[in-house]
Design a protein around this ligand. Structure first.
Ligand SMILES: [Zn+2]
Length: 109
């Protein structure tokens, strides 16, 4: 098992894991079972996204790099169309209701 990303929190971990799965790389989040209720997230160094196949490490790292670059590019906050919550730009899904309906950048002006 190789850690390919150290997320700041579980939401980030899940986002990265989704990206990896989408790229055909099976992965798992480590440390998530140490987390208590929401609001009691474990320290950063406990969380990790890891993959089983060492041969896919470089591909996984490039997926992570792409994800990070993309996240920086669209960092402005957005408003959830479902519940109206103001969601941080780093997130692709509403942290309030879980709706993954971030408006496309073209409609965010
Ligand atoms: Zn919402």
């Amino acid at each position: 098992m190789t850690i390919v990303y150290r997320p700041a929190n579980l939401v980030e971990a899940q986002l990265v894991a989704d990206e990896l799965e989408e790229a055909g790389i099976s992965c798992e989040i480590t440390g998530q079972f140490l987390a208590g209720a929401i609001g009691e997230l474990p320290p950063t160094d406990v969380l990790g996204v890891r993959i089983q196949d060492k041969g896919l490490v470089s591909k996984a790292l490039s997926v992570v790099a792409d994800w990070e670059a993309n996240r920086r590019r669209v960092r402005s906050d957005w408003c959830c169309q479902q519940c109206g919550e103001q969601v941080g730009g780093a997130f692709g899904a509403c942290w309030q209701c879980g709706t993954a309906e971030r408006p496309p950048p073209s409609s965010m002006q």
